[in-house]
Design a protein around this ligand. Structure first.
Ligand code: ATR
Length: 290
């Protein structure tokens, strides 16, 4: 990639950041299209978040993705939120436009696009069990509600956070049936067995030593299982889904689609989704062999 005086900088703010594979996806797209952009990772010490966000415009940075742990923390430092970020209460994409910082959230739509592509069952009227209540759970459950999901059951370790998410969903989607339950492996089995689609939004499954977030033997073949984790490509939960003959997807498709939507916000061009997917499939191959 040739960096010149005209190169436009975009990137990702997070902490830690070494794990990110987004630079590979975006830089492959920029290079293939031959447009003067470069995507960089920024490891931001949490105490410096405000000054870093406020430096985006003075440095001429065109926009950034926001990842763990800053998706909700950045909100007070932005000039505007688009309607979607407002609804979700979290931001994964900042756009620098005319001296202002505008917050977007492409995670939810990214999840829906991947779900339609990989799981391919209708969302309307179905019962979803969402495990976790952080930024990712907020984006996914809000997008599912907007797509007409019939019921969303939030299961979270910290029961207050689950309840807050459930009440935000109810406030915005009057017809939705929503409940929030504290995560207790012994109490959640019946709820999960009643679900059509189980979605893990927690980080359980990332570490080699992690167990499946739910007991594998409660999966039924009529369910679908989604894990937002993409590294490792197959978490214990997805291994269990595979051996139970259940439809499943990992987080790679969501990563690609949320990235494609961010790309469009920054460049104003249609995202080369297939190029981005190809780049990510190469990384996926490396992850599977490591
Ligand atoms: P993200 O923005 O990726 O969603 P997050 O906001 O840190 O990340 O949220 C992570 C979610 O995973 C939280 O709901 C967290 O539960 P708490 O609200 O109780 O913190 C959940 N989580 C993380 N580790 C967990 C574990 N070991 N068991 C159960 N839930 C876990």
């Amino acid at each position: 990639m040739l960096i010149t005086g005209k190169t436009r900088i975009v990137g990702i703010f997070g902490h830690p950041i070494e794990h990110t594979i987004s630079p590979y996806m975006h830089n492959s797209a920029f290079e293939t299209l031959g447009i003067p952009y470069c995507y960089l990772p920024f490891d931001i010490d949490p105490k410096d978040l405000e000054i870093c966000i406020r430096s985006i415009n003075p440095l001429g940075i065109k926009g950034v993705n926001i990842t763990i742990p800053f998706k909700t923390q950045v909100v007070p430092y932005l000039d505007e939120l688009d309607s979607n970020a407002k609804l979700i209460g979290a931001v994964n994409t900042i756009e620098a436009r005319d001296g202002k910082l505008i917050g977007h959230n492409t995670d939810g739509k990214g999840f829906i696009n991947a779900f339609n592509e990989e799981v391919g069952i209708s969302i309307s009227k179905r019962r979803f069990v969402v495990i976790g209540a952080g930024g990712a759970a907020r984006a996914v459950s809000t997008a599912l509600a907007a797509e007409g999901a019939g019921e969303i059951i939030i299961i979270n370790r910290t029961s207050l956070k689950g309840k807050e998410l459930a009440s935000d969903l109810l406030r915005n989607f009057y017809d939705l049936k929503v409940s929030a339950i504290e995560f207790d492996p012994y109490k959640i089995n019946d709820l999960i067995m009643d679900g059509d689609v189980i979605i893990n939004t927690t980080s359980v499954g990332m570490k080699k030593s992690d167990p499946s977030i739910i007991p594998p033997d409660i999966l039924r073949s009529s369910m679908a299982v989604c894990d937002l984790i993409y590294n490792p490509p197959e978490t214990p939960l997805l291994k269990a889904a595979k051996s139970a003959g259940v439809k499943f997807m990992n987080g790679l498709g969501m990563l690609i689609h949320q990235g494609a939507l961010s790309f469009e916000i920054w460049t104003g061009l249609p995202a080369p989704v297939e190029i981005m997917r190809k780049a990510m499939m190469n990384v996926d191959k490396l992850m599977r062999n490591s």
